[in-house]
Design a binder for this molecule. Structure first.
Ligand code: NDP
Ligand code: 8X3
Length: 253
C-alpha cells in the first residue's frame, strides 16, 4: 500500500531534498510551502521522475486558520497520513539579545514553534484515526546548544527539542512514532533567509569547510523511516565533521 507523507517547507533545502528521497522510496506526497510555484514545479519533476502523486497545500504555517482549513479539507483519500515531516522553519537575523529585532523574534517563534504546533495538532488526529503514524521534527544543533547572537533562534529550536520529547510520550499509546533530526550547518537557503537576501554574507557562512548538504539530512530521514515497527530513532544530531559543536567551525585558511 502506498504511504503518504506531508512535508512542510518543501519548496527548498531540506524539505525539497526529503521530497525527492521519499518520492524515490515510493511515497505519495502532500507538499507545503508558501511559494506555490516552487512546490508546483517540484511536483511536476517528481511525477516525471518517479510517477509520484503530489497534493499541494500552499499555506503559511503561521496562519492557524489556514492550516486548519487546508488539513481539514484534504480529500478523503489523502487523510491517512503516515508521515509528517515538520521541517518549515527559519532564522531571521543574528543579533545580540539587547539589540535584536523584535519582529525577527516574532517571525521565528511563530514559524518554528507555533507553526509546528498548528500543523501537528491537525495531523495527529488523522494519524490516530489511521492507527499509526510517524512525525519527524527538524530541530537543529541550535536546539541542543546555544551560540553567540543565536538567542531567539536557539530558543525556538530548544522548544522543538522539548516538543519532540513531549509528543513522543503523549503519542506512544496510539502508536505514533516521534523522531527528530538536529543538523549543524547545511548549505541551503537558510543563511540567505537569515541575512534577508544578502547572498554574499550567506555564502561566507559555508566558506573554508565542507558543510552538510540537504541530501545528507534527507538520507537520515530515510534511515529513520525505514526502521522496523518496533524500533524508533528518538534523536539524531548530524554535524559537518568540521563543526564540532554549535558556533565552532574549523575552517581551512
Ligand atoms: P531553507 O530556507 O532552504 O528552506 C526552508 C523551508 O521552509 C522553505 O521551503 C520555506 O518555504 C519553508 N518555510 C519557511 N517559513 C514558512 C512558513 N511560514 N510557512 C510554510 N513554509 C515555510 O532552509 P533549510 O532547508 O535549511 O531549513 C529547513 C529546516 O531545517 C528549518 O526548520 C531550519 O531551522 C532547519 N535547520 C537548518 C539548518 C541549516 O543549517 N540549513 C541546520 C539545522 C536546522 P517558503 O519560503 O516557500 O514558504
Ligand atoms: C541552523 C544551524 O548552527 O546556524 O539551525 O544554528 S545553526
Amino acid at each position: 500500500m502506498t504511504k503518504t507523507a506531508l512535508i512542510t517547507g518543501a519548496s527548498a533545502g531540506i524539505g525539497e531534498a526529503t521530497a525527492h528521497l521519499l518520492a524515490a522510496s515510493g511515497y505519495r506526497l502532500i507538499l507545503n510551502a508558501r511559494r506555490v510555484e516552487r512546490i508546483q514545479k517540484l511536483s511536476e519533476v517528481l511525477f516525471k521522475t518517479h510517477g509520484t502523486q503530489c497534493l499541494l497545500v500552499p499555506f503559511d504555517v503561521r496562519h492557524r486558520n489556514k492550516v486548519e482549513q487546508a488539513i481539514s479539507q484534504l480529500p478523503q483519500n489523502w487523510k491517512a497520513i503516515d508521515v509528517l515531516v515538520n521541517n518549515a522553519g527559519l532564522a531571521s537575523g543574528l543579533a545580540p539579545i539587547e539589540s535584536g529585532d523584535v519582529d525577527d523574534w516574532e517571525v521565528m517563534i511563530d514559524t518554528n514553534i507555533k507553526g509546528l504546533l498548528f500543523v501537528s495538532r491537525q495531523v495527529i488526529p488523522l494519524m490516530i484515526n489511521h492507527g499509526s503514524g510517524h512525525i519527524i521534527n527538524i530541530g537543529s544543533i541550535a536546539g541542543k546548544e546555544v551560540y553567540a547572537n543565536g538567542n531567539v533562534y536557539c530558543s525556538t529550536k530548544h522548544a522543538v527539542d522539548a516538543l519532540n520529547r513531549a509528543m513522543r510520550i503523549d503519542l506512544a499509546k496510539y502508536p505514533i512514532k516521534v523522531s527528530a533530526v538536529h543538523p549543524g550547518a547545511v548549505e541551503t537557503e537558510f543563511s540567505i533567509v537569515r541575512f534577508k537576501g544578502d547572498a554574499e554574507r550567506a555564502k561566507k557562512v559555508y566558506e573554508g569547510f565542507e558543510n552538510l548538504v540537504a541530501a545528507d539530512i534527507a538520507d537520515a530521514i530515510g534511515y529513520i523511516l525505514s526502521r522496523p515497527p518496533h524500533v524508533n530513532i528518538n534523536d539524531l544530531i548530524i554535524m559537518p565533521t568540521a563543526q564540532p559543536c554549535a558556533g565552532v567551525i574549523h575552517r581551512k585558511s
